[in-house]
Each structure stands twice: as structure tokens, then as C-alpha cells.
Design a binder for this molecule. Structure first.
Ligand SMILES: Nc1nc2c(ncn2[C@@H]2O[C@H](COP(=O)(O)OP(=O)(O)OP(=O)(O)O)[C@@H](O)[C@H]2O)c(=O)[nH]1
Ligand SMILES: [Mg+2]
Length: 193
């Protein structure tokens, strides 16, 4: 299926949050992990979501409408950006928390994890938080073009064991399009399930 993405809403403040009455799957992950790149890769367009070499670019929460399925893919601001102020980080936390709590439309969160790094504290905290909230976690290992097959298998196993899943997390690359179609199927299935 050929899916496209349309940006329909951008939010900077908690006060701007309102119920978006369609199923939603969100993309979360540390700053610079490749969330915006993945949105562009999935949408098949370069400038849907802003990317830069300086992390901390996405300060907003962006709703993309998926056609023809009609669900929202939500790009969340990255967490753990060291250079941002305490106040900014607190603001991020509140926005994300408010978005995730009491949102019956949120069907799953794809947590993006850098395939080149061993599991990071903030990522483990995020997956635990989601589990605690009863929100299904879709682990996605990014930048798969940057690692060798053997390293790929090792990090997949680590995350599978950490999350206590009986399947391996998907490795993707926005640069090469690796597993793009598979990821689309998983996201669509989560939105509909
Ligand atoms: N080689 C490679 N580089 C990637 C890939 N995905 C993203 N990058 C690079 O990683 C950097 C960060 O990508 P972004 O997509 O902006 O990351 P983000 O998670 O949206 O970052 P924030 O907006 O700060 O939260 C950019 O320099 C991208 O070009 C990938 O699959 N392969
Ligand atoms: Mg971004």
C-alpha cells in the first residue's frame, strides 16, 4: 500500500492540546535518534518534518494524518537533550505526559532507539513508563545503515531481553529505506488494533 503523510497540527504548549479523534501512534525517542528523518522516510518526502545536524530541533508535537488509513502519526519532541535548560526539559516532560495520559486514541508508542548505542537510561525509563501506563511499546532501532549485521543482531537481542518480548525489534534506516514497508505495516496494525 502506498501511504502518504499530511501535517495537520503542531502544538507547542499544553494549552493547545485538544482531543484529536482518530487513532494515534506516536514516535518517541531521545533527541537526535532520527524521529523526524523517519517521518520523512515514511512519508516519502524530504521536508515533512524538520531535520538538522544540531539536536533538539523538534520542540513541538506534530500530528501527521496517514492516508489512506486515516490515523495520526505523532512526532514527539526528543527527550534528553543535554543543552536545553531544566525549565525546557520540564516543559517537555509535562507536554508529553499530558499527551500520553487520558488519551484513549493513543494506541501505541514507537520508541526509537539508536542501534549504535547500548540501551540508554532514558530509553529504559521511557519504555518502563509506557509499560506502566499500559501503552503498547513498539521498539524501533534507528540508523541501521551505520552498523554491521553482527552488531545489529546483538542490539536487537539486548532490547528483546530488556523488554521481555518474544520477537526482535525492527531495525530501520531512513537513509536507505531499510524495513520502511515493514514498519508501516506494524504502525498501521497498531493503530487499528
Ligand atoms: N546514517 C543515518 N543518519 C540518520 C538516520 N536517521 C537520522 N539520521 C541523522 O541523524 C540526525 C538527527 O536526525 P533527526 O531526524 O533530526 O532526529 P530527531 O530524533 O528528530 O531529533 P530531535 O528533533 O532533536 O528530537 C540528522 O543528522 C540525520 O541526518 C539514518 O537512518 N541513517
Ligand atoms: Mg526531530
Amino acid at each position: 500500500m502506498n501511504r502518504t503523510l499530511e501535517i495537520v497540527k503542531t502544538i507547542y504548549e499544553i494549552s493547545q492540546l485538544e482531543p484529536m479523534e482518530l487513532s494515534q501512534v506516536a514516535l518517541a525517542g531521545r533527541s537526535n535518534v532520527g524521529k523526524s528523518s523517519l517521518v520523512n522516510c515514511l512519508g516519502g518526502r524530504k521536508k515533512l518534518a524538520k531535520i538538522s545536524s544540531t539536536p533538539g530541533k523538534t520542540r513541538s508535537l506534530n500530528y501527521f494524518l496517514v492516508h489512506p488509513d486515516e490515523f495520526y502519526l505523532v512526532d514527539l519532541p526528543g527527550y534528553g537533550y543535554a543543552k536545553c535548560s531544566k525549565a525546557e526539559r520540564a516543559k517537555w516532560g509535562q507536554l508529553i505526559e499530558r499527551y500520553m495520559t487520558n488519551n484513549p486514541w493513543l494506541k501505541a508508542v514507537a520508541v526509537l532507539l539508536d542501534s549504535r548505542l547500548s540501551p540508554q537510561k532514558l530509553d529504559i525509563e521511557m519504555t518502563s513508563y509506557l509499560k506502566h501506563m499500559g501503552i503498547p511499546v513498539i521498539p524501533v532501532l534507528t540508523k541501521g545503515d551505520k552498523i554491521k549485521q553482527r552488531e545489529r543482531a546483538a542490539i536487537q537481542r539486548q532490547w528483546r531481553d530488556l523488554l521481555q518480548y518474544d520477537y526482535m525489534p525492527l531495525v530501520v534506516s531512513s537513509k536507505t529505506g531499510m524495513n520502511r514497508d515493514k514498519l508501516w505495516e506494524i504502525l498501521a496494525q497498531s493503530a487499528n488494533g
